[in-house]
Design a protein around this ligand. Structure first.
Ligand code: NAD
Length: 299
């Protein structure tokens, strides 16, 4: 069992850290939000008054933060985590979804300081985080992956080595670009189905065994009703916030521009999620795009 410092105990990091405690690791966490600290304590973990305190003496340090700027800030800024752990040299793992460039910059800085770092973003949402069934897509050298894999297995079911530094983030950006587009497609299908007079559960039952089936349709239906556990049935409480999905689709658009790839569907998806955010629903689950499209139905 390992001594683990865990920074970022939000919708994902909170349950992930709790699963590490459950697996028998000694976990000390830090988050800017006091409620997140209380939740880790209630799950049997320890909390620290700062990120630096949380990682002192750790054998493994994990971050689960919103975006690249937070990851750079926490690891690299003066007195940042790389500085704090430069003598103890723990294994470093960032599970946040961030741009490939930030992942490579932080990893390079870690390597310069004689440490190994993995970029290990996840898929599977808050349910996967709570049930320890996440998929991890991991970038970094093979030796570091071999060291980190057993820890990741305590938080997830499928652990993939995607390639060198940044490769985990690259897979994640492609995955979320596809999910962002797919969610809108499912929302359009269910709105059209309603207007055509179909029973929602019947449409769902048939499509879930037909060629339109997908994660968005079968597990996370954006129309209220067919999948009881989905955010649509709790006024779109996240789940996965629209602000974070918009961040990820924008990451895909930056990557597409940098590589000369044409992604017209993702560009349209980005503009729709932007509209959701502008309408004040940034903190709602991204499947709330259904409501935006429904509000446009004429007659
Ligand atoms: P969240 O906003 O719920 O959690 C982020 C946490 O980081 C917050 O509790 C915040 O207080 C904390 N934080 C921010 N800056 C900090 C700092 N300097 N020091 C300490 N704590 C700090 O977000 P989330 O949904 O848990 O997502 C985290 C990451 O996982 C994001 O990159 C997101 O894109 C990715 N992700 C989320 C989901 C999902 O379904 N929610 C699924 C897959 C991946």
């Amino acid at each position: 069992m390992a001594i683990i410092g865990f920074i970022g105990l939000g919708n994902m990091g909170g349950p992930m850290a709790a699963n590490l405690v459950k697996a028998g690791h000694t976990v000390t966490g830090f988050d800017l939000n006091p409620a997140a600290l209380e939740a880790l304590q209630a799950a049997g973990g320890a909390v620290a008054p700062s990120a630096s305190d949380a990682v002192k003496g750790a054998e493994v340090v994990i971050t689960m933060l919103p975006a690249g700027e937070h990851v750079r800030q926490v690891w690299l800024h003066q007195g940042g985590l790389l500085d704090v752990v430069k003598d103890s040299k723990p294994l470093l793992i960032d599970c946040s979804t961030i741009d490939v460039e930030s992942a490579r910059v932080v990893t390079a800085a870690a390597e310069e300081a004689g440490m190994t770092m993995l970029d290990a973003p996840v898929s599977g949402g808050t349910v996967g985080a709570a049930n320890a069934t996440l998929t991890f897509m991991v970038g970094g050298d093979a030796g570091a992956f071999a060291k980190g894999e057993s820890i990741l297995k305590d938080m997830g079911k499928n652990i993939f080595h995607a390639g060198g530094p940044g490769a985990g983030q690259a897979v994640k950006i492609c995955n979320n670009m596809m999910l962002a587009i797919n969610m809108i497609g499912v929302a359009e299908g269910f709105i059209l189905g309603d207007k055509l007079g179909l029973d929602r559960d019947t449409l769902h039952k048939i499509c879930a065994t037909a060629t339109s089936n997908s994660f968005a349709l079968s597990n996370y239906c954006p129309a209220p009703g067919p999948t009881p556990a989905s955010p649509a049935n709790r006024d779109y409480a996240p789940g996965f916030m629209t602000a974070l999905m918009l961040k990820d689709v924008k990451l895909s658009q930056s990557a597409a521009a940098a590589t000369g790839v044409s992604t017209p569907m993702a560009a349209l998806a980005a503009s729709l999620y932007q509209e959701v955010v502008d309408a004040g629903d940034a903190m709602k689950d991204f499947s709330v795009v259904y409501r935006l499209l429904e509000s446009r139905v004429k007659g």
